[in-house]
Design a protein around this ligand. Structure first.
Ligand SMILES: Cc1cn([C@H]2C[C@H](O)[C@@H](COP(=O)(O)OP(=O)(O)O[C@H]3O[C@@H](C)C(=O)[C@@H](O)[C@H]3O)O2)c(=O)[nH]c1=O
Length: 184
């Protein structure tokens, strides 16, 4: 297993070790002590799977309070996974990392607490599994506009399929209740 930094030092890219044989491939998609050695020492309390068709964009989402760190994996298909530093006062506030995750590279993205998360489905269908270190709390959810010009995320799509909530999301600069760097 290799872990390396993305364009944001706190957002990590995990490359699990793929063990192939005549039957196919096996990988350990999570192993607590080894992931902790590489800086991912979260206690996960919830797993989610979301299934999307091509062109679906989910995000950008975070929770505050009750922030969630997320370990994102693709079970099938391909996505462009994006994290945005939403911690007021952070040296990388407003900056993003974009990481392609797919069923071939088996990469994972570690999105720490205080970062907004979103992804675009690049394949005909994608099944995404993510582990969360805090429970879902609808009342604490913050949604940031996916195409906020201040973020400059190169999604490569003009008209993604969005939820009504994501379509109505405000710009980062207009969100009053972002987490503070240091409090997270
Ligand atoms: C996220 C979530 C949603 N739900 C419900 C609420 C709603 O009825 C339905 C769909 O929810 P949403 O529209 O918020 O789903 P979605 O837009 O896929 O939200 C997710 O987006 C990605 C990018 C993330 O990072 C996740 O943390 C989460 O915010 O599922 C749960 O019951 N538990 C959960 O953990």
């Amino acid at each position: 297993m290799n872990v390396f930094a993305s364009d944001l030092p706190d957002v990590l890219i995990v490359q699990p070790r793929l063990v192939g044989d005549a039957r196919g491939v096996l990988l350990e998609s999570y192993q607590a002590s080894r992931y902790a050695e590489h800086g991912i020492s979260a206690s996960f309390v919830q797993d989610n799977i979301s299934c999307s068709i091509k062109g679906v964009l989910r995000g950008l989402h975070l929770q505050n309070p009750n922030a969630q760190g997320k370990l994102v994996s693709v079970v099938s298909g391909a996505i462009l996974d994006v994290a945005v530093d939403a911690r007021i006062g952070s040296p990388t506030f407003g900056r993003h990392a974009a990481i392609e995750l797919d069923e071939e590279n088996r990469r994972q993205a570690w999105i720490p607490r205080g970062f907004a998360h979103g992804f675009l489905t690049l394949s005909e269908r994608a099944d995404v599994l993510y582990k969360c270190d805090q429970l879902y709390s609808a009342k604490d959810e913050i949604t940031i506009r996916w195409d906020d010009p201040a973020l400059g995320i190169p999604w490569g799509i003009e008209t993604p399929l969005l939820s009504a909530k994501d379509r109505a999301a405000p710009l980062l600069a207009d969100i009053p209740n972002l987490p503070r760097y240091g409090d997270i």
